[in-house]
Each structure stands twice: as C-alpha cells, then as structure tokens.
Design a protein around this ligand. Structure first.
Ligand code: FCB
Length: 466
C-alpha cells in the first residue's frame, strides 16, 4: 500500500483519490421525470399508489416531480457545472412497454436516446438502471413480482432496452435495491404496491433473482461488452445486545438483507441459515434449474449505503418462517446525530459494510451507486442554500470510503444521491436529498447548493478538502 504509516496518522491532511476515480450523481425516473402519462407511457404501480389517497405524505405524487422529462438538458448542464463524469438514472419500464409486455413504444425510447446523447456530448458517462421500482401496473394486475412469469417479462424488457441503447450505454445496473422494493412493497406495504403479505413477498424475492439472472444473460447475448451490475442496498447489522441470540439474529439479517440477491447471482444459491432448509424450496417456489437461471457473474457490484440496522432476536416470528428477527433501520441505540429524515449519520458503518461486502463478493470492482442525506435547508434571501450539514455528511462518508480503499476495497466510483431534490417515495416532497435545490412551487428553478459547489471541487481535484 502506497500510504506510509506517518501519512495515515497525520489525517486530516487532504484525502486524495486515484486519478481514474469517477465522481457522479444519481436519480431515478419516477422521482424526477414527471410526464406520467405523456407520449404513450403506461401506468406504473407508483402512479397507482400515489393516486390513492393516504398512501404518501401530503398525498404528493410524481405526476410532475422535477419535470426532467422536459428539462433534461438543464440537468445535463448542471452535471457539467458540477464537474461530474457519471450520471446514474433509471428507465421507466412503462414508458418502454406501457403494459409490461409486447413491442416497444418508440417515443419512450426516443426520450432516453436524447438524454443519453446529450450526456455523451457533455462528456458524461451514462449509467442506466433498468428498474428503479416503477413496475407497469398491468403486471401488478397479474400478481406483480410474486408471480414468477414477471421474470420473463423483465428479461424481454431488458432485451428491448439493450438492443435499442446498448450501442451508446456500456454500464448498467439491472435492479435498484431489490431487497427494498420487494420488502417495503410486498411485506411492509409502505411503498407501492402497498401489500403486506410475507409469503408472496418471499416469492417476489425469488422472481427478482430469476429476473436478474435472465436479464443478465439476455443483455450479454445482445452485447458482450456491456458492464452489468445491480445496486444493492447494504448496511452493517448491529445486534441490539451482546446476547448470543441477538448476535445470531443480526447475522441472519445480514444474510437476508445484504446477500439474498448477491449470493444467488454469484453462486446460484441462497445463503444458508435464513429460511428453514426443508421449507425453502416450497416457500420460494424454487424449481429444478433455477440455480442456473439466477446465475449472473456481475461485472461490478453497485452498493447503496445510508445507515446501519439494529437487530434483535424475535422468537415469536415476524411472518417470514425461520427469520425470527425484529429490526430497526437507521436508528442506532442511544443519542445519535440524524439527518432530517431521521436516519443515523454513521460513516463508520459505510467503512464496515464496504470491507465486508468486498469480502463477500470476492473483491469484484465496486461502484458506490448511492450515498447521501436529506437536509431541508432553505435558500436564504440571496438564493444561497448553505447546507453545511450535507457537506459534513459527505466529508465523513468520503473519508470512510477512502479508508476502505486504502485497505484494498476496490471502489471505482461514487454517486451522490441525489443530483437534485425530488419525490422521496412515501415521504413525498418533504425530504430534500439534492445537491441542487429545486423550487417546485416556482417553475422548477434549479440552484446549486453549497454542498454542490463543495462536491464539484472534489470532483475537479480528486481531493476532499475543507
Ligand atoms: C434509496 C433509493 C432512492 C432514494 C434514497 C434516499 O433507498 O434507492 O431512490 O429514495 O433511498
């Protein structure tokens, strides 16, 4: 390692990143595009969910959001001003296939071609997520992700998209946070489609694993040069007490939350010690040959990190057979600093999980596909948003990431979540994660926050400074 021990001790000297490190920002279709029923787009489960009163804070919805469908050129200009070289965004499946099946809607594809060509012309790498939660409602009407057939629909969609865009986009994330859209959508019910059904939820996880493997194979068959990964949301799991039972529960939860969609891809099997072995196949509807279908030797591992979990043993069960855990996400025991959404600020957890995931994935290249914070700082009278907490948050997390890199964790890129304030799922517009402020009430005016200027300097110099 190049770092001498005296340099390690003399922190806080400036932190320098490798010359080829890539700095970027991330968004997702439903959270920014708006234009929910324009140019032939079909209804998604998030359209249906947000149009149902009582589901989302203030009954907010993404009908208009940041109107990026019409303002994407402004977004590209902002990325450029911020010196960012990678833009992670997602494609809305129902723009491409309004009912989740059949031929492509060319107007949907054209929108993404324009966006991608604009990025390439600006020297920005497009990193495209195929699925960031907006399932076509027509597929939910056939049972949604718990219905195994949806895996084949997803493979067809992946095929269409990479045939159309694979000439100009090399780097793809197949899914965004598979554990969250299955768990929060089908088990906890706080996200679309709002179901609270533990057993169908388990089936959903298996369909998603099949879909990941099948899409991977279809995409590589279209173009072997494509670089494919998934954005897994991961976190260290802390036992609530040092009892043997809580420690074991935290380890079960690690396997279920951090490895359930990775081990399947890399090894063709589910982690042991989560579901009861004699029930697992029936619970998942695991059929002979599935171990091959779900294999996906990912080219890189995308990781999203926000905050750690606290986990307790729950012998009374939690609906998922054998799991027997009770967990609290993003709220550490005791008094701890939090972002405005209430999530713990804990950079050490970023370091911990980076080191662990590198080990779990055999040191494959890693891209940080999301990390960021909600702080609802208002602009001052001059229009300046002095969001110093966000700068502190970023500095802390980049420092933790740099430490993991010095210890050999192969991280190649970092994407801040999010480029701009946007529709934050169940929280609606009440939580602002952007390094760009969006004035939703006044013509969608976008203004770079102080954190954005700070991050732009990091991106330009590869150095984390003051
Ligand atoms: C992640 C999501 C992303 C955003 C951030 C705050 O879980 O992937 O869309 O909402 O949280």
């Amino acid at each position: 390692m190049a770092m001498s021990s005296s340099a390690t001790q003399s922190a806080p000297a400036p932190l320098r990143f490798p010359a080829d490190f890539t700095w970027g920002a991330a968004t997702a279709a439903y959270q920014i595009e708006g234009a929910w029923n324009v140019d032939g787009k079909g209804e998604s489960i998030w359209d249906r969910f947000t149009h149902t009163p009582g589901k989302v804070k203030n009954d907010d919805n993404g009908d208009v959001a940041c109107d990026s469908y019409h303002r994407f050129n402004e977004d590209i200009a902002l990325l450029k001003q911020l010196n960012l070289k990678s833009y992670r965004f997602s494609i809305s499946w129902p723009r491409i296939q309004p009912t989740g099946a059949g031929t492509a809607n060319s107007r949907g594809l054209d929108y993404y071609k324009r966006l991608i060509d604009g990025l390439l012309a600006a020297g920005i790498r497009p990193m495209v997520t195929l699925f960031h939660w907006d399932l076509p409602q027509a597929l939910e009407d056939t049972g949604g992700w718990p219905n195994r057939d949806v895996a084949s629909r997803f493979r067809d969609y992946a095929h269409i998209v990479t045939q159309a865009l694979g000439d100009r986009v090399e780097r793809w994330t197949i899914f965004n946070e598979p554990k969250t859209f299955t768990g929060v959508g089908y088990w906890q019910g706080r996200h679309a489609p709002g179901r609270t059904e533990p057993l169908p939820f388990l089936r959903a996880t298996h369909t998603v694993n099949l879909a990941q493997g099948m899409a991977f194979a279809a995409m590589k068959a279209n173009n072997a040069k494509l670089q494919l990964g998934t954005a897994f949301d991961v976190a260290p799991m802390f036992p609530a007490t040092q009892s043997y039972a809580d420690i074991a529960a935290a380890e079960r939860w690690h396997k279920f939350q951090n490895l359930w969609f990775v081990d399947t891809a890399l090894h063709g099997r589910y982690p042991e010690g989560v579901l009861p072995p004699d029930q697992q196949a029936a619970l998942l509807d695991f059929r002979p040959g599935d171990e091959k279908l779900m294999r996906a030797p990912l080219d890189f591992i995308g990781l999203n990190y926000y905050a750690p979990w606290i986990v307790r043993d729950a012998p009374q069960g939690n609906g998922v057979p054998g799991l027997n855990t009770d967990s609290d996400w993003a709220r550490m025991l005791g008094d701890h600093p939090k972002t405005d959404i209430g999530w713990d600020i804990y950079p050490q957890g970023f370091y911990d999980i980076l080191v662990r995931m590198a080990r779990e994935t055999g040191n494959r290249p890693i891209e940080i596909t999301e990390n960021g914070a909600s702080f609802n700082t208002d602009p001052d009278a001059q229009g300046k948003t002095n969001d110093l907490e966000r700068i502190d948050y970023l500095r802390g997390h980049l420092t933790a990431m740099a430490r993991a890199m010095r210890e050999g964790v192969p991280i190649r890129a970092f994407h801040y979540w999010s480029l701009m304030d946007n529709f934050e799922w169940a929280e609606g517009y009440s939580q602002r994660f952007g390094i760009v402020h969006v004035d939703f009430a006044n013509g969608q005016k976008r203004t770079i926050k102080e954190s954005g200027h700070w991050y732009a300097r990091v991106a330009a110099t590869n150095v984390v400074g003051d």
